[in-house]
Design a protein around this ligand. Structure first.
Ligand code: TXA
Ligand code: MG
Length: 332
């Protein structure tokens, strides 16, 4: 059965639509919900049967923990086992917003959510639809990005339908996500606190509040894995993705083998004239981030085999985008 897709206003969601989605969740079903980062595959975070359905729908290994979504700080404190003062400061500053905090797990949260860890990830999303749904349900919602395991995250309802349409009961379509890159994850249980995943909340903003924050996230593929679910290959389009300098684009394109074609180029700013599908992306990291996953979905739909991506600038504003591109280009 294919999911029902219901349009919902991104800023003033219809309470009847939200209520219907809440009933599906309370009955153990799955709802794809918009957030400000990417669409999430939501189920009840405090019910094992819902969590099991999420893992099965994504084809996600049980060793990759999920994020619990809550409407606000008091709701987060209720499900955490302890709440460090730093978590209060960060939540006060950045919630609702694209920041996920790793804190001690509380007793109401099944180990299935945390992949057996004694810590849990929690965030309050900055999206009126997600917040209305959280209030209507009255439970925390587990919501990984609503894509099959290791594929590109969805930033539109159409992406969700394409990837998980047979495995979700309802898709709430509130249009494209405002940020387009997942939340930044900060572990406040370690000393000093550290970033586990780069994301939409920028390093400079975090450093202003937490000067001693360790900003170098664990290297993808390092051993032993410092954080679960940090697979080197992730966010991957079906096409092979290669990060290259602009000056090398034409030569690399010309050298592609027949089985590596058709090829596409993701360029910065003005598109160079090349004999391939060329997508020019903005030179501003926020606008680039908003479009990146949608372009990768589009190139997959065109059955492109190789994507040459012009290397982004080496500065902190681009750190999350460089991270996603690196993971998307990692060998299988
Ligand atoms: O922006 C987002 O965070 C989106 C939207 C839907 O909220 N969600 C999202 O979820 O990206 P997901 O499941 O795709 O990524 C969750 C990440 C995983 O990489 C996992 O390793 C990490 O959170 N994580 C969860 N619990 C953790 C824990 N206790 N310790 C360390 N990392 C944890
Ligand atoms: Mg994901």
């Amino acid at each position: 059965m294919t999911a029902r897709v219901v349009q919902v206003d991104a800023t003033h969601p219809d309470p009847e639509v939200v209520g219907a989605a809440a009933r599906i969740l309370l009955a153990g079903g799955l709802v794809a919900m918009p957030t400000e980062t990417v669409y999430g595959l939501a189920g009840l975070a405090d019910r094992e049967d819902s969590l099991a359905r999420i893992f099965a729908a994504k084809g996600r290994p049980a060793s990759h923990p999920l994020i619990a979504h809550v409407p606000d700080l008091p709701a987060a404190r209720r499900i955490a086992g302890a709440w460090p003062p730093l978590a209060t400061r960060l939540a006060a500053e950045f919630w609702p917003g694209p920041l996920t905090l790793v804190v001690p797990r509380g007793p109401s949260i099944p180990r299935m959510l945390t992949a057996g860890l004694d810590t849990m990830a929690v965030r309050a999303p900055d999206h009126a639809v997600a917040l209305a749904l959280l209030h209507a349900v009255g439970h925390p919602l587990a919501a990984p990005s609503a894509n099959p395991y290791q594929r590109v995250s969805p930033t539109t309802a159409a992406h969700v339908l394409e990837g998980l349409g047979e495995r979700v009961d309802l898709i709430l379509d509130a249009g494209p996500c405002r940020l387009g890159i997942e939340s930044t994850i900060v572990d406040v249980t370690s000393d000093p606190p550290r970033i586990l995943r780069l994301g939409s909340l920028g390093l400079d903003q975090l450093h202003a509040v937490v000067p001693d924050l360790l900003a170098e996230p664990p290297r993808a593929g390092s051993h032993p894995a410092p954080a679960p679910g940090m697979a080197a290959r992730h966010y991957a389009p079906r096409a092979r993705l290669r990060i290259v300098r602009r000056a090398a684009l034409a030569e690399l394109l010309a050298a592609l083998q027949p089985e590596e074609r058709p090829a596409a180029v993701l360029a910065f700013g003005r598109a160079p004239r090349l004999a391939a599908e060329v997508r020019a992306l903005p030179q501003d990291p926020e606008r680039y981030g908003r479009q990146l996953f949608a372009v990768l979905h589009e190139l997959d739909a065109l059955q492109v085999r190789t994507v040459l991506v012009e290397e982004p600038p080496d500065d902190t504003a681009w750190a999350a985008i460089r991270d996603r591109l690196r993971r998307a280009s990692a060998a299988e």
